[in-house]
Design a protein around this ligand. Sequence first.
Ligand SMILES: [Zn+2]
Length: 148
Amino acid sequence: MQNVSSTKGNHLCITSLMKNRNSITKLNAMKTNVCSICKKEIVPPPNNCGTGFGVTKDAAIVCYSCCGEQDKKQLLETGIFRGYYSKGCFSNWPGSFKVNVYSSKQSYHNFCGRNGRTDFWFTLEGQNFHGVHIGSNNDCATVKRVKK
Ligand SMILES: [Zn+2]
């Protein structure tokens, strides 16, 4: 008797899960994403690479170009930012904020070996920044404001 009721319970559970999944999929398909800053509708990139938006800590949706604005503001206000360094360019995660690096220097790093560390410098709106990038790929880099 116990066996029968538990099987029945499982069955019900799976059915309701599947129903929920269907309604969630429908909801997502109907919903258009609107940037919480510029209020523009967000169109995902045509190649289906990425969503076309980022999500902030408070779960607000922000389009890539506003992301760039926010990231630039954060860098200028806080003087510290984590982004990516690649080929003489420092950028944020979607690449909507980019600065050209005017000087860089490679050196030995304990873990990454010869030329494993790259120091780089750039200026932005009159402020000077110094960044450190470890490793050879398009990895994270941290930049900090410095006095000239
Ligand atoms: Zn926006």
